[in-house]
Design a binder for this molecule. Structure first.
Ligand code: ARG
Length: 258
């Protein structure tokens, strides 16, 4: 429970970040999000979306963003969110901005697991979508994460997209760190358990964790959800297990009109 309270504090901090214009890094250095990563290339992850409350997301359809439940306030009509897409640099003239019209927060979300939500956009974006895993077949191996969040614990939000690779961590190992705060059927962990050093961090929430399928196409297996600090040894990142919710997400997207 104490761990979950840590997550809630992170979400509040994010709201504060999102009120700061420009997304300048707190310590004044130039940089990009995700701990221990490198800059993403323009067009490398074309379905990546930055949300104005300070979260990430991925295009599930051209008009629906898949993000984390803890990034939104609830379900219903909502025109307060701006999605920015189409550019690694949020300040680039290539960046496309579109408002939300509706939000669907995972039914039954109470801060413990079920950390997914859908945001319907005012108009479809002319960008590729990210396929989601419908089975556990891809819930292993090495994953890629990307985001505009902090590059270290307590660091500022970034204007340029950053990426990193993190290995799968099995539930038993992850539960050694997080005990009953982990919901194994609904969450999948990733990171370097012994060394730490690479992780998502505050502001990356809602963004995708993904890998290649056997055809070489990117497939989403996780949604950035929570962790104790960022990139700490013995505290891997915890992600919503997309395969668990694939049917619910599809039904939710259909209810938003696709
Ligand atoms: N809850 C954070 C957010 O709202 C994401 C934290 C991810 N933490 C981690 N160690 N992987 O942005």
């Amino acid at each position: 429970m104490a761990l979950k309270r840590t997550v809630a504090v992170g979400a509040v901090a994010l709201a504060v970040f999102s009120l700061q214009p420009g997304g300048a890094q707190a310590d004044g250095r130039p940089g990009q999000g995700v701990v221990g990563g490198v800059p993403a290339q323009q067009g490398e992850f074309p379905w990546m979306v930055r949300l104005s409350m300070g979260c990430g997301g991925a295009l599930y359809t051209r008009q629906i963003v898949l993000t984390a439940a803890h990034c939104v306030d609830g379900s219903g009509a909502n025109t307060s969110i701006t999605a920015t897409a189409g550019a690694v640099d949020l300040n680039s003239s290539q960046a496309v901005k579109v408002k939300s019209t509706r939000v669907l927060q995972a039914p039954g979300y109470d801060g413990n697991g079920k950390d997914w939500a859908l945001i319907k956009l005012a108009k479809p974006l002319d960008l590729p979508t990210l396929k989601t895993a419908g089975t556990t077949a891809y819930d292993s191996g090495t994953f890629t994460v990307a985001g505009w969040g902090a590059t270290r614990e307590g660091g500022g939000q970034q204007t340029k997209l950053r990426k990193a690779e993190v290995p799968y961590v099995d539930d038993a190992t992850c539960a050694k760190s997080y005990g009953s705060s982990l919901v194994p059927a609904e969450e999948i962990c990733a990171g370097y358990v012994e060394k730490g050093g690479v992780d998502t961090c505050q502001g990356d929430s809602g963004g995708p964790m993904f890998r290649k399928d056997e055809t070489g196409a990117w497939i989403q297996v996780g949604i950035v959800s929570w962790g104790t600090g960022c990139a700490r040894p013995r505290y891997p990142g915890v992600y919503t297990q997309v395969s668990t919710f694939a049917k619910d997400i599809a039904a939710g997207a259909a209810s938003l009109g696709g």
